[in-house]
Design a protein around this ligand. Structure first.
Ligand code: VAH
Length: 312
């Protein structure tokens, strides 16, 4: 059985769907701090706050999961509004899961890191697995500290914890909240709703991005890889594509010729984006567990618009 904490979020909700398909819905226990919008017949949900260690312990003892996915976190933009809350949730939520996993002998843990762990002095192009990392967002600081904890708990207690430094993730099933890369999701929703979008990141802001189907597949491939193949126990760089708001706008205009993009300036998220890499290299993921992305910007744009047309 698998427990997914933070299962209502952008990544959690799609990982839950994929894991239900793979292992059967009754074996997937989803959890979050509020009830999901809908729950199908065989689907299981439990209310829980990852900061409530006793509640987590009773959940883990009740369901005896072999794997736990911890997706509960506060993202970069919201984190800058509530830095103490972001640190508390991102760090103590992780520590609760790490300590309970050791105490109860949970076989495998997944925890997401982010390209936000890189900072202004990290190389911007082909950012490697190992380099200077001076994140200056509380989200990035908490993710870098979290990576250090994951590696420590693996080395000290033998915990099989696995992690990916996700780029900005784009999806159509849930509107994400609180991220700096979320412009790349909203732009598709607005292109269909209004035929126009005002980007809060400047036109030449290039960021590493990944389409959700690739993010989910990559995560499950990492979790399925034999432990002895994995040489990274902090968190794996993973690359999909890199693009600017202008690049997306051009791709959307190939399908919706009248779509117009404009740019707002002095949005606080610009400084966060400017501190992040433009393009990262993911040699370790490719070598250790055969990672290879499937979606480029053109394929993603086609898929996003096709799916949003049928939902909006
Ligand atoms: C954010 N979507 O914007 C997340 C992610 C790399 C970006 O960490 O905060």
């Amino acid at each position: 059985r698998i427990i997914i904490l933070g299962a209502n979020g952008q990544i959690g909700s799609e990982l839950a769907a994929a894991l239900r398909t793979k292992f059967g819905a009754p074996n997937i226990i989803t959890s979050d701090i509020r009830e999901p919008k809908s729950l199908a017949e065989e689907e299981v949900f439990e209310l829980a706050n990852v900061l409530d260690k006793d509640k987590l312990k009773s959940l883990f003892e009740q369901y005896k999961p072999t794997q736990v996915y911890l997706l509960a976190a506060m993202l970069s933009a919201t984190g800058e509004q509530y830095p103490q809350k972001a640190w508390d949730l991102n760090m103590n939520g992780l520590l609760n899961v790490l300590d309970l996993a050791v105490e109860l002998g949970i076989q495998k843990i997944f925890w997401p890191s982010s390209i936000a762990v890189f900072g202004p002095n990290s190389p911007k192009i082909d950012t490697p697995q190992y380099c200077v990392m001076d994140p200056n967002s509380i989200y990035g600081i908490s993710k870098l500290a979290g990576e250090r904890l994951c590696e420590y708990y693996h080395k000290r207690y033998g915990l099989d914890i696995r992690s990916i430094r996700y780029p900005g993730i784009i999806s159509w099933k849930t509107e994400p909240g609180g991220g700096t890369t979320d412009y790349a999701v909203h732009i598709y929703f607005e292109a269909l709703r209004q035929g126009a979008y005002t980007s809060f990141l400047s036109e030449n802001t290039e960021l590493p991005m990944l389409y959700m189907p690739d993010a989910v597949r990559g995560t499950l491939e990492l979790m399925d890889a034999p432990a002895e193949q994995l040489t990274i126990r902090s968190s794996y760089n993973l690359a999909g594509m890199s693009f600017t708001p202008t690049d997306i706008a051009k791709e959307i205009q190939k399908i919706l010729p009248n779509f117009e993009i404009s740019y707002s300036d002095n949005d606080p998220r610009q400084a966060i984006a400017d501190s992040w890499p433009k393009r990262i290299e993911d040699d370790y993921a490719r070598k250790d567990w055969g990672w290879n992305p499937s979606f480029d910007l053109e394929a993603m744009t086609k898929d996003m618009i096709e799916n949003l047309k049928s939902t909006i």
